[in-house]
Design a protein around this ligand. Structure first.
Ligand code: ZN
Length: 250
């Protein structure tokens, strides 16, 4: 299949939205930034070229002044708190978690409080009070405390869970570019396009309109960059869609 044919289903679905006078809203989250790198430059350049806002989930304990200085001039980037140190505390054979039930709740909450404060101090112009748990996992015991830690929203992956939304607004991502358990590169483009189209059809039917795209600039291979570029190219040229900032969503 040519790359052009791969993207046709998305073009068709976007036309359907446009013809119906509806607007699908995409948003972009990118995880694990800690410092300026070539990959980050590439991501920021793409975001600026296509006027696509990006929420950077930054790891508080590992980041510092260089990233803060680099982002100062960026108008389309915002920063969220990505846990504390992105350390796995789960046991062997368990799904990785930093904010799981493996440690005392007070320890987890103290780290999150310090993490949010550090992000706020380093990125005063860009910080949003959104918590992005490492590996998109957070124990339910932490959730009732997020408001008192001054978080105003949570962002994980997949359909929103009632156990989370009852405590805090949730702005999730739904499309993950990377094949974590296979090649560890970008997933097959046709498969990703089909997934986006499916999510769009579901939202068309249920009167919803938000889809979150999840990227990880530090591990992108060439294919991931091509996918992101083509996604932006394909979406920004139509009237049926808009890229929105995380701020607009919360
Ligand atoms: Zn992460």
């Amino acid at each position: 299949m040519t790359e052009d044919a791969v993207w046709q289903p998305l073009r068709d679905e976007l036309s359907r939205w446009e013809n119906a006078g509806r607007n699908i809203q995409f948003w972009l989250r990118d995880d694990d930034a800690v410092e300026p790198t070539d990959a980050l430059e590439r991501l920021l350049a793409l975001s600026n070229n296509y006027a696509v806002p990006v929420l950077l989930a930054v790891i508080p304990s590992l980041t510092g002044r260089p990233l803060a200085d680099r982002l100062k001039s960026e108008k389309l980037a915002a920063v969220a708190t990505h846990g504390w140190s992105h350390q796995n505390h789960a046991g062997n054979g368990e799904k990785k978690q930093e904010l799981g039930p493996h440690r005392a709740l007070e320890t987890v909450l103290a780290e999150l409080e310090e993490g949010r404060r550090r992000i706020q101090d380093l990125f005063p112009e860009h910080a949003l009070s959104i918590l992005v748990p490492p590996w998109n996992r957070i124990d339910t015991s932490v959730l009732p405390h997020l408001h008192s830690l001054k978080f105003t929203a949570l962002s994980v992956f997949g359909p929103p869970k009632h156990s989370q939304t009852q405590h805090i607004p949730v702005v999730n991502t739904h499309i993950d570019l990377m094949d974590w358990h296979g090649t560890r590169g970008c997933r097959d483009h046709a498969e990703l396009v089909a997934e986006i189209v499916n999510e769009m059809r579901h939202r068309f039917e249920y009167g919803e309109n938000m889809i979150g795209v999840l990227a990880h600039h530090l591990v992108h291979d060439a294919s991931a960059w091509v996918f992101l570029t083509t996604l932006f190219e394909t979406t920004v040229e139509t009237g049926g869609c808009r890229w929105v900032s995380a701020q607009e969503l919360i």
